[in-house]
Write a new protein. Structure first.
Lengths: 218, 187
């Protein structure tokens, strides 16, 4: 025995109708198709040629939307640097280390100190995440107080001269010896800042504020 | 010698990074930007329709989020909060009368000479969806983008748009029909 002929449902007519001849709600059928459930036919739809034809038509109609939604959209190159540069400008994060040599002066932005310290800390075994900010201790605190009210509350105070105080917030792996990791961070960061930036007095404050298991961040 | 290990912060949750960013750790916020900039740009692109405005919106949204970190309530996710901000920024931009041109991310780099028939067809489809989407009133466009492009549930869309689930569903019903009619005309 042959199947009954499938009724043709021109899309336009279909979309201007509230219901199909069988009484099915067109909005609900379109919702079903657009949500990717077009193949999940209920008991009525499995028997109804009107519904099956409408679902097929609507699925073809909606396919370009599904295709476009599935296209990967990467972030524009450099967007992170652009955003962070603007934010650093907003917080006036422009403190520098200053060294005077026979050839002139060398300035290194505080954020470079913080970044180098952070990246060094991240290489210490047991460290899962490290975040850095640099301060210059008493001098920077005075400067910060003097400019209080003009600075954004999220401002990181930088370094001055050849002295730096670096604050590091780190998260470590569960089970690793925390105090040994913290000590290793201090030693490596101090050595790195002295060797690479020529800073003479470096204080590294390490705050271990999270312990992560292997499941964290999965 | 110390093991060379690179961490990008992918292992910690947004809540941890938000808390550190509030304390002044700018690189905590930098990790959040790295993590969410693609989503922010994607939503902006779908809502405003062209690359240049989308880039502006992305920057404005990510800076606005940082400025308002102290207003972020930990009972919602950072991404939901960011969806709210980017949607609002896009609405502001669209309200200022910018024209939506295309959702095709690769419009600037496409080489027409190298296009195959399939690519041409694909580009036409992209343009058709782009035009249909751009013709929707912003509230309908927003719910389509958030639900059908970003995969947010009705409840999440309602949370982002400050609406209700029935209202979101109603917007979606109307938007789908309008999109369907436009796409049918294109076919």
């Amino acid at each position: 025995m042959n199947d009954p002929p499938v009724p043709q449902q021109p899309a336009r007519h279909l979309l201007e109708s509230a219901t199909l001849p069988c009484g099915a709600d067109v909005d609900l059928l379109l919702e079903q198709v657009a949500d990717g459930r077009g193949a999940d036919l209920d008991d009525h739809q499995q028997e109804c040629v009107h519904c099956q034809a409408a679902i097929a038509e609507l699925a073809a109609l909606w396919q370009p939307v599904t295709d476009l939604a599935g296209d990967p959209v990467p972030a524009p190159p450099g967007i992170t640097a652009t955003v962070m540069n603007q934010i650093r400008t907003l917080v006036h994060d422009v403190w520098y280390t200053l060294q005077t040599t026979d050839l002139g002066s060398i300035r290194i932005a505080a954020r470079i100190v913080a970044t180098l310290a952070r990246d060094t800390a991240r290489m210490v075994p047991g460290v899962r995440v490290a975040l850095g900010r640099s301060t210059q201790g008493r001098l920077a605190a005075l400067a910060e107080r003097a400019t209080f009210g003009h600075r954004h509350p999220h401002a990181a105070v930088g370094v001055l001269g050849r002295t730096a105080v670096v604050d590091l917030a780190v998260a470590v792996s569960y089970g690793d010896p925390v105090h040994q990791i913290a000590k290793a961070i201090q030693q490596h960061v101090i050595a790195e800042l002295r060797d690479n930036l020529g800073l003479q007095t470096v204080v590294v404050n390490v705050t271990v504020d999270d312990v992560l298991t292997d499941e964290d961040g999965q | 010698m110390m093991a060379r290990r690179m961490q990008s912060g992918a292992e910690v949750g947004d809540a941890y990074l938000v808390a550190r960013a509030r304390e002044g750790y700018l690189d905590a916020y930098e990790l959040l930007v790295q993590r969410h900039s693609a989503m922010t740009y994607r939503v902006a692109l779908r809502l405003c329709g062209n690359h240049h405005d989308a880039q502006d919106i992305t920057q404005e949204a990510l800076i606005a989020a940082w400025r308002n970190l102290d207003r972020f309530r930990a009972d919602s996710s950072f991404s939901t909060w960011l969806y709210q901000i980017v949607t609002r920024q896009a609405l502001n931009k669209v309200s200022r009368g910018r024209r939506a041109d295309s959702l095709d991310l690769f419009e600037d780099v496409a080489d027409p000479g190298a296009e195959t028939a399939a690519q041409t067809e694909r580009n036409l489809a992209v343009d058709a969806v782009t035009d249909a989407l751009a013709a929707l009133p912003f509230p309908q466009r927003a719910v389509v983008v958030l639900h059908h492009f970003e995969g947010l549930s009705y409840a999440e869309v309602a949370s982002v748009t400050g609406s209700t689930v029935p209202a979101v569903r109603s917007h979606l019903f109307r938007a789908r029909r309008t999109l369907g009619i436009k796409l049918q005309e294109w076919r």
